[in-house]
Every structure is written in C-alpha cells, then in structure tokens.
Design a protein around this ligand. Structure first.
Ligand code: NOJ
Length: 746
C-alpha cells in the first residue's frame, strides 16, 4: 500500500514537472524572436543607404502648391531623395504620397508629414498666449491632446509646436504663439504641450511628434521686428530664453526647430554653441533639429556663408539635421564630403537622428493612416466643449468697477458694437491649422445665443479694425443709446498677429479707440471686450470704461466663451502672462527686470524712468480680477534658514471672501537681493490656480529648492549663493505678501 502511494506521489510530481516543461517549451516556441531595438534597426538601415538616400532623409519640402501635391516631389520620394514634407495633410492625400515611398522607393523609408498644428488642427483652441493666461497648464495639455488626435488621424505625424519663445516685446507678432514673458510659466506650458502632443509614446494613433521652436531667442528680435537680430548675454539665454526649451527636452520632445535670427552675431541655424554644446552635449538631446523655412539658405543673407554650399556646411556641421525648403544639403552634400568640409560621421549622425524619430513614431510598422477614421476624429463634440472651456479659463477680467459685470441674461436690450464683434476670422486667429472660419462662433453670435428670448440684441460695426473711416460711428452711437448696456468688441484682426505681423505700436489700431470714446460718451454702461493676440496699450479705456474683459482670440468657441463670462456662467480667473504697458514707448517693460543703480523714485529726477509716462505698467504681469474677491494671508515658511541644497516649504492661506465660486491664481516670486551678479527684482517660482466656493479657505503650498534659488554666475556655473532671500506671494506680481529666509553657506 505504502509503496503504491509513494509511487503515485512520484508519478504526480513527474506529471507536474512534465506539464511545466511543456508549458515553458510552448511559450518559448510561440514567442517571436526578440524585436530589434530602434537603434539596431536604425543602424541596419543606415548601412544599406547610399549617400544620396542619406541626404534625402535630411530634406523637407513644402509639399503643397495650390492645393496639389507637387508631382516633382513624388519623383524625389521615388528616388529616396525626400524624407519629409510640410503642409501635406489629410489621410487620403498622405497615404497617396506614402504609397510611393513604401512601394516604389528602394529602401521603403516612410515619409514624415509635418504641419503647423499650433492651437488646434480642426477644432481650433484659443491662441497659445491665451491658454497661458489660464495659468493652468492642463488646459494646454488637453488642447494639444485634441490637436494631436485630430492631426494624426488626418495623416499628420509631426507638429511644428509648441512655440516656446519667451517674448518681452509685444510689438513682436509672434508673442501670440507662445506663453508670454516669463520663463517659469513658459516652461510649465512647454512641458504640458509636449505631453499633450506626444503623450508617453508618440507612435500611438492619437499622438504626434512635437517640435519645440524656435531654437533660440527668436522672441528677442530687436525692436520686436520679426526675423530681426538678437543680442543677448549667455546668462540671459540660460535664465530667460532656454528654460522652456529645457523643459520641453526633459519632457521628451522629439525635435526642435532652429530659428531665423542671429544670436550675438551667429545665426541660430549655424550656431554650434546652442545646437551642439547646449542641446546635445549638456542636455543630451537625441532627437533632431529641423531648420526653419529656408533658414539654411538665409545664412547667405546673414553674411556668414558666401553661397549655398557654405551655408549647408555651416548648418549641418553646427547641428541642424533637416533642411526645410531650401535644398543646399542635397545639392552640395556630396561635394562637401569629397572636399572634407563635411564628414561622413556628421552625415551619418544626422541621418541616424532622423531615422530614430521615424522609428519611434512607428512609421515603419504603420506608415498609413486609416482613411475611414479621419472624419470621425474631427470636431468631436467633447473636443468642441473642451475648446469652449479652454477659452473661458483663458479670459482675464482687467477691470470691473461697480460690478458692471456679469450682466443679467434677462437684460432688456444690449448693443453689441465694434469691428471684432462679428469677426469670426479673428477668433480663428493665425496658424489656424485646418480650422474653418464658418465653424467659429463670433462674440455677437455667442451673446445672441446666451441672452433670454426677450432680450433685444442690437448690432453695429462702428468702424473697421484698421481703416480710417468713422462713417459707422453715428449708427453705433444710436444703437448704444437704445440699449441698456453697450458691449464694444475691439482689438486686432487675425492678420495682425503671428508671423511677419509685428507692429510699431501696440495701440488699438484704426479708429477703434474713438469708437469706444463715442460709445462711452452716450453715458450707457459700457463694457469693452478685447479680441487680440498681444498686450495692447489702452490707458484711456482703462481710465474711463468701467469694465474690460481680455478675451484674446478664443478659437472655435470664442464667442460662446465670451458670453459665458459676460453673463456670469463662467467666473473669469485668468491672469496676464505678459505685462500690459501704458504706451509703446515703455517697451521693453517686463516684471522680472533688474533693479539698476537708480531704481525709479517719484521725487528724484535722476532715477530710471521716463519724463512723460509713469514707470509702472498699465496692468502688471500676473494680473487679473474675478467676480468674487479673494484674500491671501498668513504667509508661512517651514524654516527661517535652509542649506544651499535644502528645501523650503512656503504656504499661504487663500480665502474666497465674496459671494460667488471662483478661481484665484496664487503666485510665488523670489528675490535674491545681494549676490555676485544683479538678480531680477522678482522671479516667478511657483503658481497654483485654485477654485474656491464662497467663504471657502485653503492653504496653498509651494516648495522651493536649488532649482528655484540659483542662477548662472560669472563663470557660467549654476549656483545658489548663500545669504538672504525674499519670498513674495500674491494674486499678481505687484500685490504680494513678503517674508525672508536665509540660505546657509555649504
Ligand atoms: C516659418 C515659421 O517661422 C515656423 O514657425 C513654421 O513652423 C514654419 N514656417 C513652417 O510653416
């Protein structure tokens, strides 16, 4: 008996072991061979490429001409001489082009389709400057995610966004495309947009490859004139202009675009310092850099290359891997190699970087876009809803005397006046992707849809945004006289913002100010709604009109979002991401300036100021009101002293002391008052947008450490210097509570 039992046990053990063995065997057999890594695939492919094919991967051309793909580009693709296009989009169109690469070219390297998806692809979101005014990076992350989903489903792999240029000069038209004047806010938005576009894995069917641009310091164009030169110290580069790019690189951005401008005499497209030393060596960036549109050839105009051949050598050797539109790499690459002005290693490294990104995008495995899925991906109701919410969160209430706003939806009559009131193109703004003007909701339409059936809405344009005629004033005044309240919508048209749209003055263009004055003179309660893409100088309006709403250019739902705010369905909580000057002559005026040896004093003539305008801005950085009132109090620090590599916790109490739920953006600034180099009078180092119910109180906490307290010293080393620091917390960059702490010597 015993023996039988034992035998049984042994047999059972044997059976178990056998099962396990068979299972392992089966599992191993069913496993495909371990997939080659991206690097292995890149190197294997590179080894098979001719020089011509390699140079082809470094070429990007503008594929669209009057709505048609250029046939000569198809031939280049067939020959393996064109790796990427811009502006070609639509699932059907991109597939058509891709088929040529996949079926007719020798190596079947997929084409990379790039497009400027800046604030939406088809569902157009508010301009990036507006989204930065939300001081809520999740707004930008969500809008980038919607843009990515629409774009990828339309065959676009790569967006030339986010634009993360810091802009301290509102004359520059491209301030619209970025997050404003501050590097800390800019870095937060850069990170958020990269995350939104790329996700964790940009090979996903609803993600695109992002491109942080314009590397670098393009926003410091002298005089705010687009494409102009820049002179900026290395300290300022590192502290003001680099941080949003660093944030984008740390967030995994796959590409950067080199900018048009020169930096201290060396064009950004041939700048070994920024492209190679900083980006690749210091930051370990392993993606690729694309030039801006013809910026390689423009090295000739810059005067650092005598011809295209020299331009190609300068750009490629400095670290620009892909040439947009001009063709000097392709034309002269072989000759430069032969003459040893370009090495094989440089070319191979450039190609390797481009291929690496194509592999990461999954293009070799899934080169085509599902044509049936495209229509369903566009303008989804939830995307449109998110655009409306984003626009609402971006608006900034600049003035609201005597609680002029919000208005009652049951008001008897409203006059909606002004050249931007019924301008849908202005809501679309610049770089509108594949957005359609007819999808946009104008402010007038938004207001009409919001008010009660009994409310009479009267409309008069008054004047053009830019023209010189005042012929429409009389009708506008009559309309205002008939109404209980006048809403005057003024600002800038779409073509006044974005690329090549710098202005020499940031006043309201045309006769719009006079229109506002004429309406205000009727004595009717007047609300000014600004539709614009840059800070404007509006001192008269700020001094005389009781309510001002900065609505920016709000995208597809801009008009509805304006109505949401005007009528109180949304309580505005945005804050200015850029200083609003009193006049153009004050520019540059930004909050994080240096103190100078003679900071302005009213009683002392010989201090740093103008004779004819106060030294303060009209509205400071970080400024914005709400329909409720907030109190910020009880600033507390976790310790009076910290070590140079220590941490300090700062917290403050915020209370909604009013009668409506609302949002406050609590902002933290620091100052290092005595250091081996002058430090800014204030630097933003923390912010949080919080929603509070009436009467609700909350503690908001920030942590400061080495990353926030240091700077680049004279030896160009990042240091935290011991000594006293000030910490300031408030609802904008001016109205702050202040405390001090000490950083101990290491
Ligand atoms: C020129 C602009 O500077 C850049 O921002 C844009 O991405 C390219 N053109 C491509 O359209």
């Amino acid at each position: 008996m015993k023996a039988t039992k034992k035998h049984k046990r042994v047999f059972t053990h044997f059976l178990c072991f056998l099962c396990l063995f068979v299972a392992v065997l089966l599992a191993t057999a069913s496993q495909s061979p371990r997939p080659a890594s991206v690097e292995q695939r890149v190197n294997a492919l590179l080894a098979r490429m001719t020089l011509e094919e390699k140079l082809g991967q470094l070429q990007q051309l503008d594929g669209e001409a009057n709505g048609n793909f250029r046939p000569e580009h198809l031939e280049l693709i067939r020959q393996g001489r064109l790796g990427s296009t811009l502006n070609v989009r639509g699932a059907q169109r991109t597939n058509q082009v891709q088929r040529v690469a996949m079926n007719e070219s020798r190596l079947k390297i997929p084409v990379l389709f790039g497009f400027d998806v800046i604030h939406g692809y088809r569902t157009i979101f508010p301009i990036p400057l507006a989204e930065a005014a939300s001081w809520d990076p999740s707004v930008a992350e969500r809008s980038a995610a919607v843009a990515a989903q629409e774009a990828r489903n339309s065959g676009v792999h790569w967006t030339f966004a986010p634009m993360v240029d810091i802009a301290r000069d509102p004359r520059w038209g491209r301030i619209t495309e970025g997050a404003g004047e501050d590097p800390f806010l800019g870095a937060a938005f850069a990170r958020a947009r990269v995350r939104g576009f790329q996700g964790n894995d940009y090979s996903a069917a609803d993600k695109v490859l992002a491109c942080a641009k314009h590397w670098v310091v393009y926003g410091a164009a002298e005089g705010g004139r687009d494409y102009n030169t820049t002179e900026v110290s290395e300290n300022t580069l590192r502290e003001i202009y680099f941080p949003p790019f660093k944030a984008a690189v740390d967030a995994g951005v796959g590409t950067l675009m080199s900018s048009f401008n020169a930096i201290n005499g060396v064009p950004a497209t041939a700048n070994e310092f920024t492209l190679t030393r900083v980006l690749r060596q210091e930051w370990k960036f392993d993606g690729f850099v694309v030039s801006d549109y013809t910026s390689v050839r423009e090295l000739i105009n810059h005067g650092i290359a005598a011809n295209e051949e020299e331009a190609a050598a300068a750009a490629l050797n400095a670290g620009v891997e892909m040439e947009m539109v001009s063709r000097s790499y392709n034309a002269f690459g072989a000759k430069l190699l032969q003459e040893k002005k370009l090495s094989q290693a440089t070319i191979d490294e450039a190609v390797r970087r481009v291929l690496r990104i194509k592999f990461r995008l999954g293009l070799f495995d899934r080169p085509y876009t599902d044509e049936a899925g495209e229509a369903n991906a566009l303008l989804r109701p939830e995307s449109v809803r998110m655009a409306r919410e984003a626009a609402g969160r971006s608006m900034v209430l600049l003035k609201n005397d005597r609680e002029t706003l919000p208005l009652s939806k049951n008001i008897g009559s409203i006059a909606v006046i002004g050249p931007l009131a019924d301008d849908r193109a202005a809501q679309l703004s610049c770089w509108a992707g594949d957005g359609h003007e007819q999808d946009m909701v104008s402010p007038l339409a938004g207001i009409k849809a919001k008010v009660s059936a009994q409310t009479m809405v009267l409309y008069a344009k008054g004047c053009d945004a830019k023209g010189d005629s005042t012929a429409g004033f009389q009708q506008a005044v009559e309309v205002a006289k008939k109404a209980d309240v006048a809403i005057v919508v003024v600002g800038e048209t779409a073509d006044m913002v974005g690329e090549a749209a710098s202005r020499s003055t940031i006043d309201l263009p045309g006769r719009q100010l006079e229109l506002v004055q004429a309406i205000q003179a009727t004595g009717k309660p007047t609300v000014v709604v600004l539709v614009n893409g840059r800070p404007l100088a509006i001192p008269w309006i700020a001094g005389n009109v009781p309510a001002i709403l900065e609505s920016w250019m709000g995208g597809i739902q801009g008009g509805n979002a304006i109505a949401d705010v005007l009528f109180g369905d949304v309580n505005p909580g945005g804050k200015l991401p850029a200083t609003f000057p009193r006049s153009t002559g004050q520019i540059p005026i930004y909050y994080n300036h240096f103190n100078t040896g003679r900071p302005p004093e009213a009683e002392n003539k010989y201090t740093s100021k103008y004779l004819d305008v106060p030294w303060t801005p009209l509205f400071p950085f970080g400024y914005g009101l709400s329909y409720t009132q907030f109190k910020i109090s009880n600033l507390q620090l976790s310790a009076p002293r910290i070590a140079a590599n220590g941490k300090l916790t700062v917290n403050v109490e915020v209370e909604n002391a009013g009668r409506r739920a609302g949002d406050e953006v609590v902002q933290l600034y620091i100052r290092d008052p005595v250091a081996t180099m002058s430090r800014p009078v204030k630097e933003l180092k923390g912010f949080q947008r919080v929603t509070l119910q009436p009467g609700e109180k909350r503690r908001v906490e920030f942590v400061l450490d080495r990353e926030h307290l240091g700077f680049w010293n004279r030896e160009m080393r990042y240091v935290v210097e011991p000594g006293e620091f000030r910490v300031m917390v408030g609802a904008n960059s001016v109205d702050v509570l202040e405390a001090k702490f000490h950083v101990d010597a290491p």
